[in-house]
Design a protein around this ligand. Structure first.
Ligand SMILES: CC(C)(COP(=O)(O)OP(=O)(O)OC[C@H]1O[C@@H](n2cnc3c(N)ncnc32)[C@H](O)[C@@H]1OP(=O)(O)O)[C@@H](O)C(=O)NCCC(=O)NCCS
Length: 146
């Protein structure tokens, strides 16, 4: 198992991996290009070598930064590779890269069932904030490539 920075060369494969794991909102190659081009790269994929010598993606984490705050997204581990510490390794890789870049804090949108898991890595619930979302998909002038 190898964890490396995600590069645009792997966008097609990562897109398929995310779709197969029901992460539908950032699966288009064009959108994945956004996280690698013209900016520091804080996103990682885990690849496993198969018996035939080919490699396949078995885990991913997409991270971006605004310079002060980092955001973690699309943490996914292929079902048969879960419960072996890979998810935590991917989170730690992104934390390390964001820390080295000078980020001061990291924000996640956490599913309730993962709260304890994130807390075990030092994340704390932000009691001052609520999450608000504005859907832009149906607005004029906001058409996105899919
Ligand atoms: C969330 C997700 C990425 C976690 O991946 P993972 O590789 O299973 O994560 P880890 O193995 O690091 O940790 C999961 C559990 O395995 C346990 N574990 C870690 N290393 C282990 C090992 N060597 N042997 C056995 N168990 C282990 C951990 O203790 C943890 O259990 P806990 O919840 O009791 O703390 C994965 O479940 C997933 O892809 N889910 C679907 C997508 C999703 O919901 N993503 C999150 C969006 S916020």
């Amino acid at each position: 198992m190898e964890i490396t920075n995600f590069t645009i060369k792997e966008a097609g494969e990562l897109s398929k991996f995310l779709q197969a794991n029901n992460m539908a909102d950032i699966t288009a190659v064009d959108r994945l290009r956004f996280v690698t081009e013209g900016r520091q790269n804080f996103s990682f994929i885990a690849k496993e070598k198969l018996d035939d010598g080919e490699e396949k993606i078995v885990g991913s984490i997409i991270a971006i930064s605004d310079g002060f705050r980092g955001y973690l997204n699309k943490l996914v581990v292929e079902p048969e590779y879960r419960q072996q510490g890979l998810g935590k390794q991917l989170v730690n890789k992104a934390i390390e890269a964001l820390t080295l870049s000078g980020c001061q804090e990291i924000v996640i949108l956490c599913k309730p069932f993962l709260a304890k898991w994130y807390e075990s890595m030092g994340f704390v619930k932000d009691m001052d904030s609520l999450i608000y979302k504005l859907e832009l998909g149906n607005r004029e002038g906001t058409e996105c490539a899919t």
